[in-house]
Write a protein that binds this ligand. Structure first.
Ligand code: MTE
Ligand code: MO
Length: 252
């Protein structure tokens, strides 16, 4: 056998072994820890599961980077959104006084929170970056209610595994596993840079998930559903994103 073809054989063998090990590891982690990604079917599925499971095992409690005040972007970019529906316009015309956040599913105490109710919880603040999958980003201060506060008040049942969130922008819904939902930096943000959260940035309420790409930070949140399975939401892939070709788990 020539040197070249032997080397080629070895590298091909290694690559194959790495691939096989990777997929086997993904399958093993998924099984051991119940960490299969909801979009873990299909061609890229094992990769999604490996990435998600590895992140959960290695960096479950890792913190997203926080920045000093001086680094807040002077001109943050509000990504374009669909025009608001009539319900939203009506709520907006009354200063969102009648706006409510519905909390239901696998919880002991279903709730319907006004903005004032949310603001009565302990307040969370963070200066973090919104990073879009398209490459742009900006840094802002986010002020809001840690999602964990709302979930703890609701009394999450032990079998719950995910929190699904919905928006008035009906094409947008997503979900987090309980670890991400309970993470101290996951925020239901009603304030931005010391004012109310402006409507173009998702006011009156958006979720901020600073450990994941911007598309997980859905704007105009209307409700949360706690569940043990994502199968019955949309196409069962965990969010609208995988339906359009983006990963459910979008860790940065
Ligand atoms: N309701 C809703 N939420 C959304 C979007 C949207 O179009 N509608 N865009 C997402 C994407 S792709 C990104 S990158 C961020 C952008 O946040 P920004 O509008 O504050 O820049 O919002 C996310 N949340
Ligand atoms: Mo984005």
């Amino acid at each position: 056998m020539s040197k070249i073809s032997r080397r080629k054989l070895i590298t091909t063998g290694l690559a194959t072994a790495a691939g096989v090990t990777g997929l086997a590891a993904a399958a093993r982690l998924a099984k051991q820890y119940g960490l299969a990604a909801p979009d873990g079917g299909g061609i890229y599925g094992p990769g999604e599961t490996l990435n998600y499971a590895a992140q959960r095992v290695l960096a479950k409690n890792a913190l997203a980077r926080e920045f000093p005040h001086s680094m807040i972007s002077k001109a943050p970019f509000a990504n374009e959104v669909a025009p608001p529906n009539n319900t939203f316009k009506r709520l907006q015309s009354h200063g969102f006084a009648d706006w409510r956040l519905a909390v239901d599913g696998m919880i002991a105490r279903p709730a319907s929170h006004s903005l004032a109710d949310l603001k009565a919880f302990p307040v969370g603040r963070q200066i973090t970056e919104v990073a879009c999958e398209e490459g742009w980003s900006y840094i802002a201060e986010w002020i809001g209610t840690p999602l964990a506060e709302v979930l703890n008040a609701a009394g999450v049942l032990p079998q719950a595994r995910y929190v699904v969130y919905f928006s008035t922008d009906s094409d947008w819904w997503d979900s987090l596993d309980i670890d991400e939902a309970m993470h101290p930096q996951t925020l239901l943000a009603w304030g931005m840079n010391d004012g109310d959260l402006p409507v173009p940035f998702g006011g009156p309420l958006r979720i901020r998930v600073p450990r994941q790409l911007g598309y997980k930070s859905v704007k105009y949140i209307t409700g949360l559903t706690v569940t043990d399975s994502l199968k019955h939401f949309g196409k069962g892939l965990g969010s609208a994103s995988p339906e359009g070709g983006y990963a459910w788990y979008a860790g940065i």
